[in-house]
Design a protein around this ligand. Structure first.
Ligand SMILES: Nc1ncnc2c1ncn2[C@@H]1O[C@H](COP(=O)(O)OP(=O)(O)OP(=O)(O)O)[C@@H](O)[C@H]1O
Length: 658
């Protein structure tokens, strides 16, 4: 590449960086690649885009997108794209021309050729950073292996007849509405192979089902029953605590129903606490490597992981490597939620046949013999090994009414139906403020809205009244009730920056609550400040996404502690020990995954630059248990988002071979 071409190209790259269209790292990455081999301007553009897309959650760069026009995917104007492209000179006209060009570059390893550990990998018509290619390949191999791990029952001692007997005990009633009992089918399916994927929207009974699956695994474990090792995990502490609570209560319920026939209390007592994936794998400060890995695997027979949509590619790869091939992995999650912040859309990719079913004849007959259930012909197909191990639960038990209808309409991309629910609002469950003013938001933050509980004043008033006199137990009970009150209401933002983003809103909400006399800000830390941890802190035992409340330390007058709720437990850390936190009256929808609030307020920005998609709106709505309020300074942003899907470039589906 001539000095002139290079200068012209990087001038464009720097201009895009200055305009906020590229992160600095993307240009720096391209310069690094240029420094380790002969370089061409086309390779430089590919590197800039590859790095940029990685930062936006894509695991690879699709060469057909590159040949065509990726400006839409990047949120750039056509003009910005054309200027960059022009600076690169000749432009390969299709994916195969791009493949031929890239395959000849020193820095690129075309899969199948001799591997010189080049930093970039070319697999088919996808260009990867090596790390992501390795993770994607590992995940694909591991899940295929697990799915194909056997077509009969998981345990040598468990026959199909055994499975049928216990399933009839655990699911004694016919499914509502006369259709197939997908919950029962999900349990049967997970008994084959070493992988079960159960997906479904909120309240469709994923936890209800997995508790029965556990009972089934336990009942059919034969001589291994008394030693069955079960681990529970989730991406965040909050989700892990929720999983444990739900499974415990479902097992309690079941234990009463099945009685002496199955000692389920024993199983429940033996199961430890649910853990975050980081803690399960043994995260170590200062390294991406985990204590548990392919060379030091987890000692577990069954691993249940909830909120699997939040698991990014690298974490899934680490998890699969650390899981012995003899263990059964059960993934639970809502495939339609936002994908992980980091690269990958693993659950979405694994579940891409879930809606259709795509069950092969062998699965249909196994389901018939093990459950007595007939899967309708319309769900038959040829979905490949992962689809055979996946079941989508389709009926929500807890999430009906207008909030459920709105979530369904948004998920289906149906703007007219969404608007109808939003505009109806007669029973107060759903409200839409449009066009919203900042004062509308401040009123909601203070006192909620008529017909809907909420607002932050409730927990702040409890704090103001002070903790009752008494010992540690009395204080802890008070802390729990303050935390519970805080958890009933939350403001979620689609974006971080700007007037309607997290940063700006937290400031104005703090000021409003201060003016109302509900809090007294004096410096960074003040009583009542809600905070979110933004970085794992192994020393203090708090992790990215944990949310806590600042309250007086009963043991040290004048000192403040931050209290974190974990199921029915509470953990606390001295406020001054927490370094990486931010105020959390408002938080992003991304960070709210795995949580639910009685009243959820979703705030969209005035202008989204076309970058919001329906998964974000759906995830925001499904965080609301009883009341949902939508604030849009510009309603068009909602319509644009409903019309748009998040598509993440990934080779996982291709690698899975279906
Ligand atoms: N087949 C069933 N019969 C009776 N009750 C059920 C059944 N399935 C689910 N439920 C009940 O419906 C409610 C929601 O179920 P559950 O919590 O398992 O759903 P979920 O999909 O895990 O929800 P979330 O995604 O919000 O965690 C629970 O109260 C559960 O006991």
């Amino acid at each position: 590449m001539s000095i002139e071409t290079s200068a012209a190209l990087f001038e464009q790259v720097d201009a895009l960086t200055e305009n906020g269209q590229l992160r600095r790292l993307s240009g720096a990455f391209a310069r690094f690649i240029a420094s380790v081999g002969a370089s061409s301007p086309q390779l430089m553009v590919a590197c800039v885009l590859l790095s940029e897309l990685e930062g936006r959650g894509h695991s690879c760069l699709m060469l057909d997108e590159l040949a065509d026009d990726p400006s839409g995917q990047l949120g750039w104007t056509g003009e910005e794209w054309r200027a960059l492209r022009a600076a690169a000179g000749v432009w390969p006209k299709n994916a195969s021309a791009w493949r031929a060009l890239l395959a000849g570059c020193d820095q690129v390893w075309p899969v199948g050729d001799l591997d010189f550990q080049q930093p970039l990998v070319l697999d088919g018509e996808r260009l990867y950073l090596r790390r992501y290619w390795r993770d994607e390949t590992l995940v694909a191999e591991a899940v295929r292996g697990r799915a194909l791990g056997g077509v009969i029952a998981v345990d040598e001692d468990a026959s199909t007849a055994d499975v049928r007997h216990w399933l009839d005990v655990l699911f004694p009633h016919a499914a509502r509405g006369g259709g197939p009992d997908w919950q029962k089918i999900a349990c049967a399916v997970a008994m084959r192979g070493k992988l079960g994927i159960i997906t479904g929207g909120p309240g469709t009974g994923k936890t209800y089902t997995v508790a029965r699956l556990l009972a089934l695994l336990f009942a059919t474990a034969g001589v291994r029953q008394s030693g069955l090792r079960v681990a529970l995990a989730a991406p965040t502490g909050k989700a892990a605590a929720r999983l444990k609570q739900s499974i415990d209560s479902a097992l309690d319920d079941l234990a009463e129903k099945v009685g002496a026939a199955l000692p389920l209390h024993e199983l429940a007592a033996r199961m430890g606490a649910a853990r975050t994936l980081h803690s399960l794998l043994g995260a170590r400060p200062g390294t991406r490597a985990f204590q548990h890995n392919a060379g030091n695997q987890l000692e577990v027979d069954v691993l249940i992981v909830d909120e699997a949509s939040m698991i990014h590619l690298e974490m899934m790869s680490a998890l699969l490597a650390a899981l012995p091939s003899t263990a059964t992995l059960i993934l639970l999650g809502d495939k339609d939620q936002l994908a992980s912040v980091e690269a990958g859309a693993v659950l979405g990719d694994l579940c891409h046949n879930a809606e259709a079913g795509a069950y092969e004849s062998e699965t249909l007959s196994y389901v018939q013999s093990s459950t007595g259930q007939q899967i309708p012909e319309s769900y038959a197909g040829n979905g490949g090994p992962i689809a055979q191990q996946t079941v989508m639960l389709r009926e929500s038990r807890r999430f009906g009414g207008p909030i459920g209808a709105l979530a369904l309409a948004v998920n289906a991309g149906n703007a007219a139906a969404s608007l109808q629910v939003l505009r109806d609002g007669t029973d107060g469950k759903v409200a839409w403020i449009d066009p919203a003013q900042p004062s509308d938001l401040l009123q909601l933050a203070l006192a909620g809205r008529s017909g809907a509980a909420g607002g932050y004043q409730a927990y702040l008033k409890m704090i103001k009244s002070g903790a009752p006199e008494g010992d540690e137990i009395v204080h802890l009970a008070w802390v729990k009730s303050v935390l519970n009150s805080f958890e009933t209401f939350r403001i979620l933002c689609a974006v971080r920056e700007g007037e309607w983003g997290v940063a700006g809103l937290n400031d104005v909400i703090e000021q409003r609550l201060q003016t109302a006399g509900l809090l007294r800000r004096s410096g960074e830390w003040y009583i009542g400040r809600p905070v979110m941890v933004t970085r794992n802190d192994y020393g203090s035992g708090v992790f990215n996404g944990d949310i806590g409340l600042t309250l007086p330390d009963p043991a040290r007058p004048g000192a403040l502690r931050v209290y974190f709720s974990e199921g029915d437990k509470v953990r606390s850390v001295l406020a001054t020990r927490l370094r990486n936190v931010e105020t959390a009256f408002a938080m992003t929808v991304h960070k709210s995954q795995g949580s639910e609030f009685q009243h959820t307020v979703l705030v969209l920005p005035r202008d989204s630059g076309g970058m919001l998609a329906r998964e974000l709106i759906y995830t925001g709505i499904t965080r609301a248990r009883d009341y949902f309020t939508l604030l849009t300074p510009n309603g068009q942003v909602l319509l644009d988002a409903i019309a748009q899907r998040t598509l993440r470039a990934s080779g996982l589906r291709t690698l899975l071979g279906n």
